[in-house]
Write a protein that binds this ligand. Structure first.
Ligand SMILES: [Zn+2]
Length: 361
């Protein structure tokens, strides 16, 4: 297939990717799934965000990301926390509080933590307030260590509004206005309180923290919390706000370029072409003023930021937060992790991990 997207011109890290399946439709394993994308686009590095409690995944998500990191050079990964009785209905071993899990993830060689726990769906399933004691100890420890947390909190406000929510969103199960989900305001309240309690937390809120219509809120947060960032993973709705307020956002991106990280939220088993399409839109939006097809199919030019701002956004901020090189995978620690938690996996996935370990570990 021809490459219709130009390769990137800068040192670029896609800081937010997911692996959601063992194989794609053609039966190809996940194990090198982003490498064609990396090569074709000329990316310097990638960061995988594990989702062991999201979208029907389980602990194998952490193991898959660790294996990917082991087998593909210059790959970072953020591991995720595990929960009692969800999603497998089996208990975690005794004593596996979140700080102990953080220790385990670090020992394996994860570069940070991914949390989807602030997304209304998962927040409801887990049934824990993000301000509870156990989370509080975890955030205190992460703050102390400077652990980079990639945190999805909230969703667009219209997902709570039955008059505004789209059918597509409803079909995804993302209409939250039936009274069974935390409210939009409550999820922000929890996130804001986490920041008040842990003002030095190295947290990156995904999808612009759903604040593209209230960027002044971000300005206030940036002024208060020196290690808080946001990422540019679409959320197409946020790009629509960017396009509609071009002058404002050009200044905003320039001024806060040390608080904004590039990412696509691309996910295997999508096709490589999809990853490339997304990266092209996000990267060219910040880096040039070519007129390119925008997310809503209108044609828009990019912000054409200064060299310094581009470098911050597409690479430097990530490196400052997660390190200039990914951590090494500790094979023994990974093996021990699998043995400890494999009772939370289905038989088929246990066999898959055993086969991978036999081949590569
Ligand atoms: Zn994501």
């Amino acid at each position: 297939m021809s490459n219709e997207y130009p390769r990137v011109k800068d040192k670029v890290i896609d800081g937010h990717l997911h692996i959601e399946a063992w194989t794609n439709k053609e039966g190809e394993e996940f194990i090198h799934c982003f490498e064609e994308y990396r090569e074709k686009m000329g990316l310097h590095s990638l960061c995988l965000a594990a989702l062991p409690s999201g979208y029907g995944a389980d602990v194998s998500s952490n193991i898959m990301c660790a294996m990917y990191k082991l087998l593909n050079k210059n790959t970072y990964a953020n591991g995720g926390l595990l929960y009692d009785q969800y999603p497998m209905g089996e208990k975690l071993p005794e004593g596996m509080d979140f700080v102990t899990q953080l220790n385990e993830l670090e020992e394996i060689g994860f570069d940070g933590v991914k949390m989807l726990e602030g997304k209304p769906t998962l927040h409801k399933k887990i049934g824990k307030n993000l301000l509870n004691d156990e989370y509080d100890k975890f955030f205190a420890e992460a703050e102390k260590r400077g652990t980079h947390i990639l945190f999805h909190v909230n969703d667009p406000a219209e997902f709570w509004d039955k008059d505004k929510v789209s059918q597509d969103t409803i079909d995804h199960g993302w209409f939250y206005g039936d009274g069974t989900f935390a409210t939009h305001e409550e999820l922000y309240r929890q996130a804001y309180t986490i920041l008040e309690r842990h003002p030095l937390l190295c947290v990156t809120f995904a999808h612009f923290f759903f604040k593209s219509e209230k960027p002044q809120d971000l300005v206030e947060l940036f002024e208060k919390y020196p290690n808080m960032c946001i990422d540019l993973t679409p959320g197409w709705e946020m790009y629509i706000s960017f396009y509609d307020n071009k002058e404002y956002y050009k200044d905003f991106f320039e001024k806060y370029s040390d608080r904004i990280l590039l990412g696509t939220d691309s996910s295997f088993p999508w096709y490589t072409e999809n990853f490339m399409w997304l990266l092209d839109r996000v990267y060219r939006y910040v880096s040039c003023d070519d007129v390119v097809k925008a997310f809503d199919d209108r044609y828009e030019s990019g912000l054409n930021l200064s060299k310094n701002a581009i470098n911050n956004i597409v690479c430097k901020n990530f490196e400052r937060r997660s390190g200039e090189k990914p951590k090494e995978i500790n094979k023994e620690a990974l093996r021990a992790y699998f043995e400890k938690y494999k009772h939370l996996m289905v038989e088929k996935d246990i066999e898959r991990v055993e086969a991978l370990f036999a081949k590569y570990l």
